[in-house]
Design a protein around this ligand. Structure first.
Ligand code: ATP
Length: 441
């Protein structure tokens, strides 16, 4: 788990042992008197304590970036997110070998999924040349990795051109591992996959493995929310279906003070309470489950906030007729596609009182203009609460897309880079890519 005993202990020892920033890693080991801490420093390097001088860092990153037909990168958010890690390693005097997947080539070489154009884009972002190896293992990768000098960067071809990557093949992991002498995992988006480059490879670096800055930020953020939140902790959960968020809801109920449920999934809860939800999305087979979730929440004194009113439509499209009605009195043939103004006000009040906020899933069909007001309002409320000093974490593909689309990402404490990975993390599961670095994978 993030912020687990070991990490907490490292932080405490670091604090108690005085400022380390100027020393090398071995200096720091001498300064620390606690024998358990010595062991931890050996096992848990961090980007700040690691000195990359003269080292060849093999860095798993997520360069699975959207491209146009000509291969140009159309959204470089993920590429920009790895820059702090790459810069730290080369500024230290290390060399960097980047490895990533791109798309789903399913173990075959697919020219349109080559990472070569991404190397060019990365070179522009870094302001320096980025070499490219035509395969991630084999003679070209080996020769280029071996010739890499301090301060140089090499990107390997798409890992998923080899079926062994997703299979977590040990021999393939070993071949990758031989390219570098320290392993850095900075790919949170694939941390929930036990693939060769994300998990299995770590065993070949028993001491020399660490999280990159991006990965560490994701882990720290979830830790701030789930392990030791400033209270009240408010969780906002939305999106289409209860079924995809059930495990998250169960985990959050054990931790949060208030739970706001919006989006299509709210219909199942409203119907479970005896409300009429018309033609809205409902998971009939989960009505009992929804009741159980609400009962558990009540038993734990967690306030559950469901929509009071909703924006309804007579068809699932942007030009449908719309109206606003009570969330539990939606007429037949109409469907709730957003939360209404009273719900927005009530949800805002809860969010603005929070000291810690977790948001996963939109409040409505925000891709269509008539149904995006609820999601915009929640994004604004989370940003306002953050401005007032609350810690906020937004995770999940669509809620992240929403805060980006509304230009509010800069006012959120942490916007996660991992959709599926974040969801599994919020379920309280141990992610294989994290466990592998922490040494208990
Ligand atoms: P992801 O699962 O990709 O990480 P997410 O967790 O943010 O994203 P999802 O559970 O995938 O969210 O749900 C998002 C989808 O739910 C959006 O496409 C949105 O249009 C849809 N949605 C939201 N509210 C409703 C509603 N009332 N009726 C139908 N669909 C809805």
């Amino acid at each position: 788990m993030p912020g687990d005993l070991r990490e907490t202990h490292v932080a405490k020892v670091a604090r108690d042992s005085g400022p380390f920033e100027q020393g090398t890693r071995s200096d720091r080991r001498h300064q620390v008197m606690d024998p358990w801490a010595l062991d931890i420093f050996a096992a848990m390097l961090t980007m700040d304590t690691f000195d990359a001088k003269g080292r060849k860092a093999l860095v798993r990153v997520d360069l699975n970036v959207p491209q146009d037909a000509a291969g140009h990168v159309t959204d470089d958010t993920r590429a920009k997110a790895i820059l702090p890690t790459v810069r730290k390693l080369i500024n230290d005097g290390g060399s960097v070998i980047l490895m990533s997947h791109l798309g789903r080539p399913k173990g075959r070489i697919v020219a349109s999924m080559s990472l070569e154009p991404v190397a060019d884009h990365l070179a522009v972002l870094l302001g320096m040349p980025v070499q490219f190896a035509s395969d991630c293992i084999g003679p070209d990768a080996r020769a280029k990795a071996a010739a890499l000098k301090p301060g140089e960067v090499l990107l390997l071809e798409n890992l998923r051109f080899h079926p062994e990557e997703e299979a977590g093949d040990e021999a393939f992991s070993k071949a990758l591992s031989e390219l570098g002498d320290v392993y850095v995992n900075d790919a949170f988006g694939t941390a929930h996959r036990a693939h060769a480059s994300t998990t299995v490879i770590a065993k070949f670096f028993p001491e020399d493995k660490l999280f990159g800055y991006l990965m560490q930020a994701e882990i720290d953020s979830v830790g701030k929310v789930l392990d030791d939140p400033e209270r009240p902790l408010v969780a906002i959960v939305g999106g289409s279906k209860v079924s995809s968020k059930l495990a998250v809801l169960e985990n959050l109920i054990a931790k949060c003070d208030a739970l706001i449920i919006g989006g299509g999934m709210a219909n199942t809860f409203i119907k479970a309470r005896g409300g009429e939800v018309g033609a809205g999305l409902v998971e009939e087979d989960l009505l009992d489950t929804a009741r159980t979730v609400m009962e558990k929440a009540t038993a734990r004194n967690v306030a559950v906030h469901l929509p009071i009113d909703v924006v309804v439509a007579d068809a699932f499209n942007a030009s449908a007729n719309t109206d606003v009605c009570a969330a539990d009195q939606v007429p037949d043939e109409w469907m709730a596609l957003d939360i209404g103004p009273e719900s927005i006000q009530a949800f805002r009040d809860v969010v603005l009182d929070a000291r810690t906020i977790l948001w996963n899933g939109p409040m409505g069909v925000f891709e269509m203009a008539p149904f995006q007001q609820g999601t915009i309002a929640m994004a604004r409320a989370v940003a306002e609460a953050t401005d007032k000093g609350a810690f906020s974490l937004v995770g999940g593909g669509d809620s992240v897309a929403a805060v980006n689309q509304f230009g509010l990402a800069g006012r959120i404490s942490h916007v996660s880079t991992g959709g599926g990975a974040m969801l599994e993390y919020l379920e309280g599961r141990v992610l294989p890519g994290i466990a592998a670095i922490q040494g208990h994978g």
